[in-house]
Write a protein that binds this ligand. Structure first.
Ligand code: SAH
Length: 410
């Protein structure tokens, strides 16, 4: 763990001297303005890392944390997205196009390839687009609500090589689907599973509730920090696994586990952080609201032979309030809430459980700052903050913070 931590620090230093736009001379994207996702494309990678570090520093304010550490950057900050979603439509001439909605509109911007998306996923989407005519598959039209194919989602396990293709259709009737899948597999033998997801809804959610496995197991696996995680089409999974591994390793290192601790992993998703920490803890109690994610988490614990983790499907705030009312205690708390941050109820109860250390993972420096102020009032001092660049070329920045109980510190 320590060795990895030091490697990361060195890596961040190395990256701060590197100018990737000179290395390949082409980090310019034709869709940059209309797509709107990569707002930092006019900067060097070094400059954007500095901006992200500064944004974290600014959001957290003076005196709130002891030290903002150098941002942990990515060695090769391209094609890092393991999940690509393409919306299908037709251009004015009626030809199939696929890509993304232009910022704030329902106009589809065609995307052939993308600097941050997995290149194989983009090629598979292109192949599917090229097959539609000969298989007489009609693209869904949002206005008339006619047609079949709406979206294609490709997910790739970077460390296992497994590839999942999800064909999102408006209705279950998919003529000649067998031959379609056969031809797709012939063109891309890398594909390990194909799923048809049926989404007849008119809102903006991509996946519907029903699905049918057309080929393979219906899920892929990926390996993070030596654990294997099963990922179903609708499960949340971090989109940049290379940086996620660094983030989790940093989080677990900050927790300084000795093998005896009672650990809580709140907002646990498919269980990743708790399952990575489990071998260094006495026991782990993990809490997550989404029932599908909890099901995946339980499977993942079994899959990795980890017996000292228990999962609870609950609102994390309510669950901790119950624990605090029963007078329970915990030694270490990991928390990884959504962008909106945590709640007063959660933080109050967390403090009542009296953990010596809290490791807070956040994808939004603004709500992180707000929550650290609450924790400070509750007797927890934020020490090191490590910004981690999970989304190169975009403005987003992740950070992991260690908080310690003030009475123990002093
Ligand atoms: N730690 C996980 C997931 C982080 S995303 C990982 O690294 O992959 C945040 C998670 O919090 C999501 O899985 C979301 O479903 C869950 N969540 C959102 N609100 C919640 C609440 N009130 N109580 C418990 N979990 C919640």
């Amino acid at each position: 763990m320590n060795r990895t931590g030091k490697q990361n620090e060195r890596q961040a230093g190395k990256q701060n001297r590197r100018r990737p736009e000179k290395r390949d001379g082409q980090n310019i994207c034709v869709n940059q303005k209309r797509c709107g996702s990569c707002r930092y494309l006019s900067l060097t990678y070094e400059e954007q890392l500095a901006r992200k570090e500064e944004a974290v520093r600014r959001a957290l304010g003076k005196g709130l944390v002891e030290r903002v550490m150098p941002v942990i950057g990515m060695e090769d900050p391209y094609h890092y997205r393991n999940k690509v979603t393409a919306v299908f439509a037709r251009d004015r001439k009626g030809n199939p196009i696929s890509g993304v909605y232009e910022g704030g509109t329902h106009h589809v911007l065609p995307v052939e390839e993308c600097l941050i998306e997995d290149a194989l996923a983009d090629r598979i989407i292109g192949t599917i687009r090229g097959m539609l005519k000969s298989f007489k598959i009609w693209i869904y039209d949002e206005d008339t609500r006619q047609g079949l194919l709406r979206y294609v989602l490709v997910r790739r396990g970077f460390s296992t090589g497994q590839v999942m293709v999800v064909l999102v259709t408006a209705s279950p009737v998919f003529p000649s689907k067998r031959n379609f899948v056969k031809a797709l597999l012939q063109a891309h033998p890398e594909i390990t599973t194909v799923v048809q997801n049926i989404n007849p809804r008119t809102d903006s959610l991509i996946l519907g509730e029903r699905q049918q496995v057309l080929y393979g197991t219906g899920y892929i696996e990926d390996v993070l920090c030596g654990r294997t995680f099963r990922i179903s089409p609708s499960s949340f999974y971090q989109i940049n696994p290379v940086q996620t591994q660094k983030l989790y390793e940093k989080a677990v290192r900050l927790a300084r586990l000795t093998g005896k601790e009672r650990v809580i992993d709140a907002y646990c998703g498919i269980g990743t952080i708790g399952l990575v920490a489990a071998s260094r803890a006495g026991s782990v109690l993990s809490i997550e609201l989404n029932p599908d994610a909890v099901r995946d988490a339980i499977t993942n614990a079994k899959r990795n032979g980890i017996g000292n983790v228990r999962f609870y499907r609950a609102d994390a705030g309510e669950f901790l309030t119950g624990m605090a009312a029963r007078g329970e205690k915990a030694d270490v708390l990991f928390m990884d809430p959504p962008r909106s941050g945590s709640t007063e109820a959660f933080m109050k109860s967390a403090a009542a459980l009296g953990p010596e250390r809290i490791v807070y993972i956040s994808c939004n420096p603004e709500t992180l700052g707000r929550d650290l102020r609450v924790f400070s009032r509750l007797g927890y001092q934020a020490g090191e903050v490590w910004p981690v660049d999970m989304f190169p070329w975009t403005e987003s920045c992740e950070a992991v913070v260690l908080l310690s109980r003030k009475d123990i510190d002093s």
